[in-house]
Design a binder for this molecule. Structure first.
Ligand SMILES: [Mg+2]
Length: 271
């Protein structure tokens, strides 16, 4: 008998909308309203409220210019399927030789720049994301941005959140970051949730990492947990089948929405 295919994210599609996704966003807001004052909403940033692909495109364009690797100018957001630079470059049409020239520069450049707060300003907000966070905040929830970014990225992260219109710097909003880059995301988020629960009962949580949504479900029973299906780490962890996935924050009625079929792979629930 064939093993069922692992449940992996279906990839970035920021303008996706479907009736099933509308229903899940409705449930998210209803859960926020039901919790109201004293409740907490937990929102991940990278690959969730933000589309990081433009940040990486910017990194490759700067490298293309600095190291005279003009083939890298071809890389565009639609070429990213996962975190594998070789695959991204191949998707952008780079030849084997061009990839071989670029890769030795790419790895250290990516590592240096992606985790530099100054580069966060190149991220694009996921369409409709700020609207959802505001709806939760207006329902009375404390809004916690729980991110795997580390404290040295705080200034750029705050600037980016404010520029994109997310509630921050007002009562009941908080940005929780890792103390340093080396700390592993999963134990950090598990531990951070313990502290976040002292603010109130977590009512709604969303993240793109399967390991994180599983931790949310395990540690916040009764909360609504959504999985954002953009990209994620290559860790061999699948989200709990009971956790529904969405691909973005737009509604079918939004003029910029791209209507799609809602169902993901077997077991992924409605999207
Ligand atoms: Mg993330």
């Amino acid at each position: 008998m064939l093993e069922p295919a692992p449940r992996r994210a279906r990839g970035y599609r920021p303008r996706f909308a479907s009736p099933q996704q509308d229903a899940l966003l409705d449930r998210f807001i209803a859960a926020a309203r039901a919790a109201g004052d004293g409740g907490v909403g937990v929102f991940d940033l990278d690959g969730c409220l933000f589309d990081n692909r433009p940040r990486i495109v910017q990194i490759w364009r700067e490298l293309a210019s600095r190291a005279d690797l003009p083939a890298l100018y071809r890389v565009a957001p639609e070429h990213f399927l996962d975190w594998d630079h070789r695959r991204t470059f191949a998707n952008a049409g780079l030849s084997d030789t061009e990839i071989a020239e670029a890769l030795p520069h790419a790895e250290p450049t990516f590592f240096r720049n992606f985790f530099d707060g100054e580069y966060c300003v190149h991220d694009h907000p996921m369409p409709g994301a700020s609207r959802l966070v505001w709806a939760c905040y207006r329902a009375g929830l404390s809004v916690v941005y729980l991110t795997g970014r580390h404290e040295q990225m705080r200034e750029g992260t705050e600037r980016s959140l404010v520029r994109c219109g997310f509630p921050l710097g007002r009562p009941g909003t908080k940005l929780v970051m890792k103390p340093d880059m080396e700390t592993d995301d999963l134990p950090f988020k598990r531990e951070a949730l313990r502290e976040i629960r002292s603010l109130g009962k977590a009512a709604v949580l969303i993240d793109n990492e399967p390991g994180n949504v599983n931790i949310f479900r395990e540690t916040c029973p009764g909360a609504l947990v959504l999985w954002m299906e953009t990209d994620h780490s290559p860790r061999p962890i699948e989200p709990n089948p009971a956790i529904p996935g969405i691909r973005g924050f737009l509604r079918c009625a939004d003029p910029s929405a791209e209507l799609g079929e809602g169902m993901g792979p077997a077991g992924s629930g409605p999207a």
